[in-house]
Write a protein that binds this ligand. Sequence first.
Ligand code: SAM
Length: 351
Amino acid sequence: MPGSAVARLARLADGYLVTQLLHVAIALDVPEALVAGPRSAAELATQVGARPEPLHRVLRGLASEEVLDELPDGRFALTPVGQLLRAGVPGSLRGAVTARARLYHAAAAGLVDAVRHGGTPFEIVHGQPFFDHLGADPERLAAFQASMADRSALEAGAVVDAYDVSGLRSVVDVGGGTGTLLRAVLARAPAADVVLVDRPEVAARSDLPAVAGDFFVAVPGGADAYLLSRVLHDWDDEDARRVLRTCREAMRPDSVLLVVEAVLPERAVDDPAAVRMDLHVFLLLHGRERTAAEYAALFASTGLQLTADVPTDAGVHVLVARQEGPSAHLDDEGAVPLVDGVHPDAGHAAG
Ligand SMILES: C[S@@+](CC[C@H](N)C(=O)[O-])C[C@H]1O[C@@H](n2cnc3c(N)ncnc32)[C@H](O)[C@@H]1O
């Protein structure tokens, strides 16, 4: 029906505005101010230090998206969706929203040029590679890390539930970021010797054993397991192969490489969250999400063999790889048949 198509398209076109409305709520701490109960715009404005009239309009915008409830007496209350804007609640997307508003939004304006002429949208807009841009400003880095932590908090438990890490004695988390996954591994393998490798500015903030390093050059050798969580999707095939080669060189013949990534569905509608993440990594880094077959081919081109594709309840998969040759195990713990297909019902966290 044309009317509903118009309404649908108009709402899609205003997506940019919704991202910023959510950001205003977070920046002013509106969700925290509403924990004690419903408030009028005027009460909230006093509480959070804002102007009542524009705040009222923003609150109405959030109510139209069901982030807030507008009560019959005009006060506003948090909905279950709005609750997830709070810090520290299970499933919080506060960091993910902030990163979108503060770091990704402007870069999206570079998409059309990148599609037409090539290049990375973020670099077209900012003139600088994404990770260098973060490294140049502690506030930006903190915003990105909060987003990674939100996403990883939703994935890490599901990863260690799906793949048994309890027997690991040493683990290197390559590009480990905030270490959320490594902490989940440590909870299952408390005696394991662990180390996180990341860029100097990230390693310096880590509360886990961490070394500053460049995964295109070298990572610590000889561990039982190497984690690559949401790292390969940041890079095109050529750079992803460089990361894999570095890992392969560090691995013992019996080490295992655990790649945690979304697996692209056959059709976009089967897993829209994975498709949106594919666009995010293109936007920021010229990276890409991949199908399981593409991961298998990527591994094979670097002397690694995909030995299992373990789906998790969080939408991501654990792709298990070992060095090619007779030592490759085909019976990895918790494994399901290779290229087991995607799980359309599983949701991905925004990252
Ligand atoms: C998308 S984040 C994933 C973080 C974490 N593994 C997770 O699952 O949340 C990618 C990580 O790679 C790190 N990184 C980027 N370039 C790197 C490099 N050349 N060497 C080491 N780490 C790098 C970033 O700092 C960031 O922490």
